[in-house]
Each structure stands twice: as structure tokens, then as C-alpha cells.
Design a protein around this ligand. Sequence first.
Ligand code: IMP
Ligand code: MG
Length: 178
Amino acid sequence: MVDQKKLLLSREEIARRVQELAAQISRDYAGQDLLMVGILKGAFIFMADLARAMDLPVEVDFVRLMSYGAGTKTSGEVHITKDVELSIKGRPVLVVEDIVDAGLTLDFLLGHLASHQPASLKICCLIDKRERRQVEVPLDYVGFTVEKGFLVGYGLDCGEKFRTLPEIYEIVEAGGGG
Ligand code: IMP
Ligand code: MG
């Protein structure tokens, strides 16, 4: 009854895509004082690689959001347990997220950050997972699009497990059918 993992994205595929995203974001923000805001904990590895691949000097900050409910489904209620510490007023802000599922987490965070009047507010997510989207959030930079599945590795966890795997895997339920 142990769940299996199937390789979805190799470290080379991820690294290549992160470089492409960083190049595009660097071009788009040339001459601007960009602040990248990562969402803990899932985005910590993506954020570290993306920020280091940028051709611009950028500053980084983090927020931590909790959605109630453990396991593989979000309950819909989101709250902030750690807010940004740098001032975002009047600055271009790029939110860096690991994976967008229902969209509720980002929708909540965008509203929160917008109330502090950044000069601009955009989103970069590594994975856009389409099937369960409830709120259409504007995703400005997307690494990969998948239809469904529960993914782990490269920062993504399942009950705090598998975050540190260098590749991204899909959890496949044992016994088939899922
Ligand atoms: P949502 O878009 O509000 O549903 O929430 C997205 C958040 O749920 C992400 O930041 C992850 O923390 C978590 N999440 C959603 N799908 C996955 C997945 O496939 N693997 C790991 N975490 C996930
Ligand atoms: Mg997350």
C-alpha cells in the first residue's frame, strides 16, 4: 500500500526551464528595482535557482501562507503566518510560487500585496496545474503546465516529505485506479 513515485521532470529539464524564465524576467525588468517574493515553504528551491539565474541584481523576501487542511487537497481558507518584511510600496514585485492548483492561495496573496501598493505585481510559478482551478489568477511566467496529479520534489512536498528531491515526481497511488 506504499504510494509509488513516477518521474515527471528531470533536473536537466527543470534547470533549462529555470534559465529560460530567468532570462525572460531579466529582460522584462531591466533597469527596475525588482523584489522577488517567494511563498514558503514550497517555493524555496525554485526561488533560490531562479534568483541566482537572473541577470539583474534583485532583492528577495518571503511570505508563509497556511491553508487549512493537510494531505493533498486545499480547504480554501488561507491565512498569513509570515508577512513580507521589506516595504513593497512603489516597487515592482514578482511573486514566486511553486505550483498553482485551485488558485486560492495566490488569489489571497495578490489581494494582500496589492493593498500595499506595489508599482507592479506579477506572478512566476513553476507549475500551473489546471484541473482543479477555482479562481483564475493571472500567471505571468509559467515553467510547466500539467493537467492534474499530485507532484513532489524540488520544493514540493507531500506531508513534508520529498521536498529535497532534485527532480519532480508524480505520486501514483498504489493499487492503481488513481
Ligand atoms: P491552491 O492553488 O490554493 O490550491 O494552493 C496551491 C498550494 O497547494 C501550493 O502552493 C502548494 O503548497 C500546494 N499544492 C497544490 N498542488 C500540489 C502538488 O501537486 N504538490 C505539492 N503541493 C501542492
Ligand atoms: Mg506553496
